[in-house]
Every structure is written in structure tokens, then in C-alpha cells.
Write a protein that binds this ligand. Structure first.
Ligand code: ADP
Ligand code: MG
Ligand code: ZN
Length: 488
């Protein structure tokens, strides 16, 4: 059975393309002055323009353009000096004008990419076809009212929220690559600050297109679009399910139909929602109420100058400066706040490398076990810095450090607090340490002989034994000095 299944798996390959909508964090909406905020009383942030009253005219929001350009640049896209707004016509109750202002054949930006790591560890560029600007629609509310069984309500606060739609090439090969693409995309957009990418509030939304084809075939298979999946994990699960469904269908001689499906995370299945519209169904035409959008080179350069150091560049730099591994650098740069915090403390630390090691091994290990994020850690990066310094100058041993970390986690306090509370009574009294050294050396005549015969690495053995005898409390500097003298 197992071999048969994997034979079928290798006979086909999946092709995935993602469409991501990102709400831009402008103060006001894209074509009117209504506030662009989440969570207001329904239908309070509206005006004749976003309600689609006849005769009301759109005025393009400059900040929305700047944000969309900034996102484009961060995603390696080329920004077109001229782009055109177009009407996408369709009927739906949450779209009062009967059309959505979007961009069609001349989008704001084209030809970008995001890098992912393939299953065999290679770096792969996923092409981004385009980033275009458009307005969001309102929200139909099917649930939560006394008469929801018979009525649907509409909230038009969201109507006219500026969106950037980012469309990938059909170049993603596995659900895991799709997951990485989305994670990277979100990370990059968050770094630029143009969106909060909050999936719960709908400020980042993802549609996943997927088809299969016999491995090696050049032409694309019929695609299915899975709409509105509300977490990256669910996107991955929905794709896994959908690829398997399509393969089974193909194997049993059925036909895959082009359609839009919905993912039900509870059941882990996708369901048919509707047959998919084609572009011509939307009767696109240029928006006559808006001029072509011009973003000239000086404007593009001025916006580019406001880009922060982006995650990939930061990772490269941290790897070079602190000797971190790829994975560790990824952990420390997952958010800009985290990266900034680490760098601030690393600059103050006696050994930045040691701080990085502690954060990654001691802290991350405990956080994983407690199922916590670095941001929720009882030991902060600043707290960890104190521990790194104490370790560096030999005030505490690594054994004591581990204990203090355990206690800090158990008592949910930061390192400096636990250190003050339990300040380990270090033994610095030379007489006491000398006594321990004498005992250990007396109990290990063979090792002493080996040492004197030139095997100087034995020193590690002695230090370990003496530390153990002192329960980790012997001051390492004093110990080392005394031991060296005794062995002379
Ligand atoms: P539509 O007009 O149906 O929206 P697009 O050509 O705009 O189709 O593509 C939408 C998304 O679907 C893009 O991300 C694209 O990469 C992806 N896509 C297109 N064709 C396929 C296919 N055969 N299999 C998987 N993904 C596809
Ligand atoms: Mg499309
Ligand atoms: Zn308005």
C-alpha cells in the first residue's frame, strides 16, 4: 500500500500560485477621507464616495500609493512609472458601486520574487507576477443577529480600505514552500510597516491556486482556487488535502474542474463554493474618474530611501557579525522588534556571541518546552544579557546559570530578579578551594600522572571534578589559578 501511494505521489507534481491581499495602514481610505480603522460600529466610517452614491468622485490617497510602492520595492518588484486604475464589475451586496476599482493590465509593479528553501535545502526564487492597488469591499454578516436565519446584514466600514494584491507566479511546488512564501512575505511587509498583516482582523488574506500535472509535463493542469483560508497553517493543510484530492481524482479517471473551493479546518477538507469566473466575466475597463497614476523615478527613489534594513539583509549581517547559524538568525530576525532588542543588548554585552548562544540554546529550548514565544519569555533578552556577562567573567558557572534559568521560568521572573533573589554564594575563599583541589588531586593519582607526563588536556577533567565537589559554586577564575599552581 505504502509503495503504491508514493508511486502515485511521484507520478504527479503540484503547481501552486498564491494571491495575497494586504490592507494598507493608511489613516484614511483609498478614495475618500473616511477613517481607515478596524472595529468601529457598523456603517459609521462611510461617506458618499465609499457608499457609491451617483456623482461622487474618487480622489486617490497619496499615502496608499507610497505604501504600495514601498511594499513593491521590498518584494523586489519593478514599479511602473505609469499604472492604470480599472473597474472590475460584479454584483455583490457588499459592493455598493457594482464595481471594484482595481488595476488590471497595467498594475503598479511587476516582476519581483521571494526566496524559499526547498526540501533538499536549495534556495529557490518564487516569482511575483505583480502587485496592484485596489479597494476593499464591505462585509456581509451572516451570523450573530436574532434574525440571522432569514437576513444578512452588510457593514460598509471596510469598503474603500486600500489593498495591495500580491500575485505569485505558478512556481510554488509544495505546501511547505507555500507556507514559507507566506511567512517571508508577511515578515517583509511587517518590516516595511505598511500593514499590520493581522489575519484575524482580515488585514492579510490569502487565496491559494493549485493544480497537478504528470511530473515533467510543461503545460499547466486545471487549477482550483481555495479562497479565504485564515491562517498559514491552514493554507498548508488545505493544499495538502487538495493535492491529494486532485491526484485521486486523476487516478480514478475523473476530471478536475476549474472552480473555487472553501477549506473547512475542522474537517480538514475543501468544498466546492462556485465555478470560477474568468477575467472576461468582470468586463474590466479603465476607470474614467481617475487619471493614470504616475510614480516617477525621483519619487520612487525617495520612497526607497525610507525602506528599513529588510529581514534577509539583516539575517546575512547577523550571521557575519555574531557567527549565528541560518536558523538562529531567522529566529532572531522573525520580527523587527525582536531583532532590534537583540542588537541593542548584543552591543552592550561583554560577548555578543555568548548572548546569542544563550538566547538560542538556553532560552529557546525552555520556551519551546513551555510553548512560549520569545516575546512572552519570563527571561527577556536584556535579562539574558546580564546572565551572559556573569558567565563571561566567571562570576557564575554554566551549571548555576542553567539552574537560575530553571528557577526564573518556574517563578515567572526575569533573570536579574532571580539572580538578586538567589545570588549563588560563590566560593572565592582560596583556602576552601585549595582544600577541594587537594582532595580531587589526591583521589585521581592516575590522571595527575598523565597530566605531568604532558597530557595537559587533563586540566578539564580536574576542573570538572572540583566544580562538582563545590556544587558549581567555586569561582572559576580562582579555581583555575590555584589549580595551575598546584599542578606545576
Ligand atoms: P485568474 O484569472 O483565474 O485569477 P491568474 O492567471 O490571475 O488567474 O492567476 C491567479 C493565480 O493562480 C496566480 O497566483 C497564478 O500563479 C496561479 N495559477 C495560474 N494558473 C495556475 C495553475 N494552472 N495551477 C496553479 N496555479 C495557477
Ligand atoms: Mg486573479
Ligand atoms: Zn468614505
Amino acid at each position: 500500500m505504502a509503495t503504491a501511494a508514493s508511486d502515485v505521489q511521484t507520478k504527479y507534481e503540484a503547481v501552486i500560485g498564491l494571491e495575497v491581499h494586504v490592507q494598507l495602514l493608511t489613516r484614511t481610505k483609498i478614495f475618500c477621507g473616511c477613517p481607515n480603522v478596524f472595529g468601529s460600529e457598523p456603517n459609521t466610517n462611510v461617506c458618499p464616495v465609499c457608499l457609491g452614491m451617483p456623482g461622487a468622485l474618487p480622489v486617490l490617497n497619496r499615502q496608499a500609493v507610497e505604501f504600495a510602492v514601498k511594499a513593491s520595492q521590498a518584494l523586489n518588484l519593478e514599479v511602473n512609472e505609469t499604472s492604470i486604475f480599472a473597474r472590475k464589475n460584479y454584483f455583490y451586496p457588499d459592493l455598493p458601486k457594482g464595481y471594484q476599482i482595481s488595476q488590471f493590465d497595467k498594475p503598479l509593479a511587476e516582476r519581483g520574487y521571494i526566496e524559499v528553501t526547498t526540501a533538499d535545502g536549495a534556495t529557490k526564487r518564487i516569482g511575483i507576477t505583480r502587485l496592484h492597488m485596489e479597494e476593499d469591499a464591505g462585509k456581509s454578516m451572516h451570523e450573530g443577529f436574532a434574525d440571522s436565519a432569514t437576513k444578512t446584514y452588510v457593514d460598509l466600514n471596510r469598503t474603500g480600505t486600500p489593498l495591495a494584491e500580491i500575485v505569485s507566479e505558478p512556481e510554488i511546488s509544495t505546501p511547505d514552500e507555500a507556507y514559507q512564501y507566506l511567512t517571508r512575505l508577511k515578515e517583509i511587509i511587517l518590516y516595511t510597516g505598511v500593514s499590520d498583516c493581522n489575519m484575524e482582523e482580515g488585514s492579510l488574506r490569502c487565496d491559494a491556486n493549485v493544480s497537478i500535472r504528470p511530473r515533467g509535463q510543461k503545460t499547466l493542469g486545471t487549477k482550483v482556487e481555495v479562497k479565504n483560508v485564515n491562517s498559514f497553517r491552514f493554507v498548508k493543510q488545505a493544499l495538502e488535502y487538495e493535492i491529494e484530492r486532485q491526484i485521486e481524482l486523476a487516478e480514478s479517471g475523473g476530471a478536475i474542474v476549474q472552480e473555487t473551493r472553501l477549506y473547512n479546518p475542522g474537517e480538514g477538507r475543501t468544498y466546492t463554493m462556485r465555478s470560477k469566473e474568468k477575467a472576461h466575466d468582470y468586463r474590466y475597463f479603465p476607470e474614467p474618474d481617475l487619471l493614470p497614476l504616475i510614480v516617477d523615478q525621483p519619487t520612487q527613489a525617495a520612497i526607497r530611501a525610507t525602506l528599513p534594513e529588510l529581514p534577509e539583509a539583516k539575517r546575512r549581517r547577523l550571521i557575519a557579525e555574531y557567527g549565528l547559524s541560518e536558523g538562529d538568525a531567522a529566529t532572531l530576525t522573525a520580527t523587527q522588534a525582536r531583532a532590534d532588542l537583540f542588537e541593542t543588548e548584543a552591543k552592550k554585552a561583554k560577548s555578543p556571541k555568548r548572548l546569542a548562544n544563550l538566547v538560542i540554546s538556553e532560552l529557546q529550548g525552555r520556551l519551546k518546552a513551555a510553548n512560549l514565544e520569545l516575546e512572552d519569555s519570563p527571561i527577556t533578552i536584556a535579562g539574558a544579557r546580564l546572565s551572559a556577562d556573569l558567565l563571561e567573567d566567571g562570576t557564575i558557572s554554566s551549571k548555576i546559570l542553567k539552574e537560575l534559568y530553571d528557577h526564573a521560568f518556574a517563578q515567572n521572573v526575569d533573570f536579574p530578579v532571580i539572580y538578586e533573589r538567589e545570588k549563588p554564594q560563590q566560593i572565592t575563599d582560596t583556602a576552601e578551594i585549595e582544600k577541594m583541589i587537594d582532595e580531587v588531586l589526591a583521589a585521581s593519582p592516575k590522571q595527575v600522572e598523565q597530566y605531568r607526563a604532558g597530557k595537559t588536556t587533563m586540566i578539564g577533567f580536574f576542573v570538572g571534578q572540583i566544580m562538582k565537589a563545590s556544587k558549581g559554586k567555586a569561582n572559576p577564575a580562582v579555581l583555575n589559578e590555584l589549580l595551575a599552581e598546584k599542578l606545576k
